[in-house]
Write a protein that binds this ligand. Sequence first.
Ligand code: PLP
Length: 396
Amino acid sequence: MLKPNAHYGDLQESYLFYNIGQKVQAYLDAHPGAKLYRMGIGDVSLPLCPAVIEALHQGVADQSVKERFHGYMPECGAPFLRQAIAAHYEKRGVKLDPEEVFVSSGASDELGDILDLFDRSSTALVLEPAYPAYVDANIMAGRKIVHLAASRENGFLPAPTEDLDADILYLCSPNNPTGAVFSRAQLQAWVDFANEKGALILFDAAYEAFIEEPDLPHSIFELPGARTCAIEICSLSKTAGFTGTRLGYTILPKDLQRGGMDLHAMWVRNRTTKTNGVSYILQRGGAAVFTEEGQRQVMENLQVYKNNARTLMKAMEQLGLWYCGGKNAPYIWLRCPGGLSSWQFFDTLLQEIQVVGTPGEGFGACGEGYFRFSTFGSPEDTEEAARRLVQLLGKN
Ligand code: PLP
C-alpha cells in the first residue's frame, strides 16, 4: 500500500493568509457591503507596464507565424532572457555567465524545488520572523529546522554566531515581513560564515528593486566570496507586477561545489528533468523589464508603492509607534500599541476601522506583538487607512 509523506502531518494546521481570509469573510458576512482597506497580503495593485505589455503582444504575434513560432523552450531559460539578466547584473558590477541565470516561474516554485539539491539530513536555518514558505517547504521534506530570533535589539537583522549549526541558511533582504535590509558588512559576515562552515545561503532577493540607499547590496553576489556559498532567488512579481503572470530567475554560480559535487550541473540536470521551460511569450515580456524603457517604467510603478510607504510611515511617526522597514522595502513592521498581541491588534483594526493588516505572529513566534502593513494597495486606500489609524490610535 502507498505510504504518503507523513511529514505533511507536521505542518501547522492552517496557513496565515488562510486564517486572515476566514476572519475577513466572517466580518463581511456580518457587515454586508462593508468597504475594507487591505494592507495585508503582499499582492501588487498596479498593472504591468506598457513595455512589458507590448513585448507580450509581440510574443503572441510571433507564435502565430511559422517563421517566428517557438515550441518547447530551453529548460533553463531562453538565451535572450538569460543574457538580459546577466547584463542587468553587470551594470551593478556583478559578472555572471548567462548560464548561471536560470529562468523560473517565480520565487515560490524555486524556493521549493531548489531543496532537491540538498540531502534530507541537512538542517535549515530560518531567521525569524520569516516568510512562511521557508519553514513549510523544509517541514514537507522532513528536514530539521533551526530558528534564529531576530528582534528590535538587532534591528531584525541577526548576525551569525559561532555555535550555529545549520547547512541551508535562508536570508531574505529586503526582508519580508520586517522590511529590514542587510548592510554590506552584515551580509559579508553571513557569506564568511557560510564559506567557513561549508553551509549554503539561499538568498531571497524578491524585493531588491525597492532598495533606495546606494550602499545597500541588491545581490549577494556583490560581496566577495558569495560565488562559493550562495544561490540567489529572484522574482519579477513585486519588481514588475508579475504576481499573476509568473516569472522569476535564480542565480546559481558555476563555482558552487559541496561534497565533491557540482551544484550548477546538478541544477541543470534537475531543470532538464522536472521542467520544460517557461513560456516563450512570458520570457519575451520578462526581457522587456530589463530594457532601459522597461526599467524606467517599472521604477515609476514602484514609486507609487513608495509613496504609500511614506503615507503609512508618517502615520506611525504621528502616533509615536515603533516601526522599521518602509524605506528600502514595501513592508512596514510595527510594534502593536498598548501591549496588544498581534491577532488582537488585527481584530481591533478590522472591527473598528476596517483596515486589514498581517499579524506578526504568523511569521513565527518572535513576531508576536508586531504587525505588518503592505504598501501595495492603491494610494487612495492607503491614505484612508492611514487617516483611520491616526484617528483610532491617536485617541488613546
Ligand atoms: N519570497 C518572498 C520573501 C516573498 O515575499 C514572496 C512573495 O510574496 C515570494 C518569495 C514569492 O514570489 P513569487 O511571486 O515569485 O512566487
